[in-house]
Design a protein around this ligand. Structure first.
Ligand SMILES: Nc1nc2c(c(=O)[nH]1)N[C@H]1C(S)=C(S)[C@@H](COP(=O)(O)O)O[C@H]1N2
Ligand SMILES: [Mo]
Length: 363
């Protein structure tokens, strides 16, 4: 049963932290998740519009625009096509927005708008090769089935995003049919979802129903108003599109306010990057004065996936501690103390800080 059949209002992701009720936005309680793979029911949900109703009897994926041979594929057609699986860490570009200083509007994500799952589906280039793109095509537009009114517009719009016609990028993309080995749950894009490894979440269009090759750059609201880095709200003259994920990491243990006592402890966390892989993670126990190498403990050090890390912390003195963790990627990028502030609060890869008070042992 797809969970679109659940009675309206029934919460099928009870373990998540609500950030907005309508449309539904839920954050993963990431401190509680110790597995490399995020269990599907614990995966964060980010929606701009109400969930769509999908009629499978009439559902099809259309492929048109600047192509020699426009196509329409059924779900059954897609299931018979060549398929690949990829583990992909996807972070919402608004993750860590709650830590932006000064604060910015938007969903106040803390550290849990990120997850790592196995996606299985049809390579995007397999479909493109059948439709044969014309030389005039410069972008591909992916249309989601969800539609609704944005607060800043009068007429309903669908969630739509484009990708540049960059062969290297497109060769990595999957039209996902399965998430962690099962048909994608309704909330995560059933029956078909775009996966763009290494890019922030907004590019991974859910409920994809149409792909349009376009001869002009796409300027839809989820492309040109949302998901751009700007420094003054309302001023788009120097807007830079949000694309690849920046190198980032979080401390998952201890969490803020955790009771930690003298003795040996394992500090734990996660680190990820966009195109690169994680080379190194360092931990500081003294607010960044000195740094120590953490151990990368994932057996999988694949591109596009996060790495678990840990650091043995021997606390010999009570007092106040400020724990920091910073990740380095294979391109030599490192997380900054404070990421560039931007009016919409995207791409916050600032170093995560946990402040703790270790008490005296009372005899
Ligand atoms: N159709 C559609 N696709 C979408 C969105 C959406 O609102 N509608 N949100 C995007 C954003 S911003 C993110 S971070 C991811 C979230 O995917 P999830 O809800 O499966 O976690 O989906 C992306 N794809
Ligand atoms: Mo997002």
């Amino acid at each position: 049963m797809q969970n679109q059949d659940l009675p309206r209002g029934m919460n099928d992701k009870p373990g998540l932290i609500p950030r907005q009720v309508m449309p539904e936005n839920l954050e993963t309680p990431i401190n509680n998740i110790l597995s490399w793979i995020t269990p599907t029911e614990m995966y964060y949900a980010r929606n701009h519009l109400p969930y769509p109703t999908i009629q499978m009897q009439s559902w099809a994926l259309g492929l048109g625009g600047e192509v020699e041979k426009p196509f329409s594929f059924t779900y059954e057609d897609l299931k018979k096509m060549p398929s690949v699986s990829k583990f992909v860490t996807t972070e919402c570009s608004g993750n860590k927005r709650a830590f932006m200083e000064p604060p910015v509007p938007g969903e106040q994500w803390r550290i849990g708008a990120v997850g790592n799952v196995k996606w299985t589906g049809v390579p995007l280039t397999y479909l493109l090769d059948q439709a044969k793109l014309k030389g005039s095509a410069v972008e591909l537009i992916f249309t989601g089935s969800d539609s609704g009114i944005r607060p800043d517009m009068d007429t309903p719009v669908n969630y739509e995003r484009s990708l540049p016609l960059d062969r290297t990028l497109l060769a990595e993309c999957i039209l996902g049919l399965k998430m962690n080995g099962e048909p994608i749950p309704h909330k995560h894009g059933f029956p078909l979802r775009l996966i763009v490894p290494g890019w922030y979440g907004m590019a991974h269009v859910k409920w994809v129903t149409r792909i349009t090759a376009s001869s002009i750059p796409f300027k839809g609201p989820f492309q040109a108003i949302d998901y751009v880095y700007i420094t003054n709200e309302g001023d788009y003259h120097d807007a830079v599109p949000v694309t690849e994920m920046k190198v980032n990491s979080i401390i998952t243990w201890p969490s803020k306010g955790e009771k930690v006592h003298l003795g040996q402890h394992t500090v734990r966390g996660l680190a990820w990057a966009g195109k690169g892989t994680i080379n190194k993670v360092e931990v500081s126990l003294d607010n960044g004065m000195t740094w120590n190498s953490a151990q990368l403990t994932s057996s999988e050090h694949e591109q596009y996936t996060w790495t678990l890390w840990e650091y043995l912390w021997d606390i010999t003195a009570p007092g106040h501690y400020s724990l920091l963790a910073r990740a380095f990627d294979s391109y030599g990028n490192v997380q900054p103390k404070a990421a560039p502030w931007n009016a919409k609060g995207y791409g916050n890869n600032s170093i995560h800080q946990i402040k703790l008070m270790v008490p005296q042992i009372l005899h």
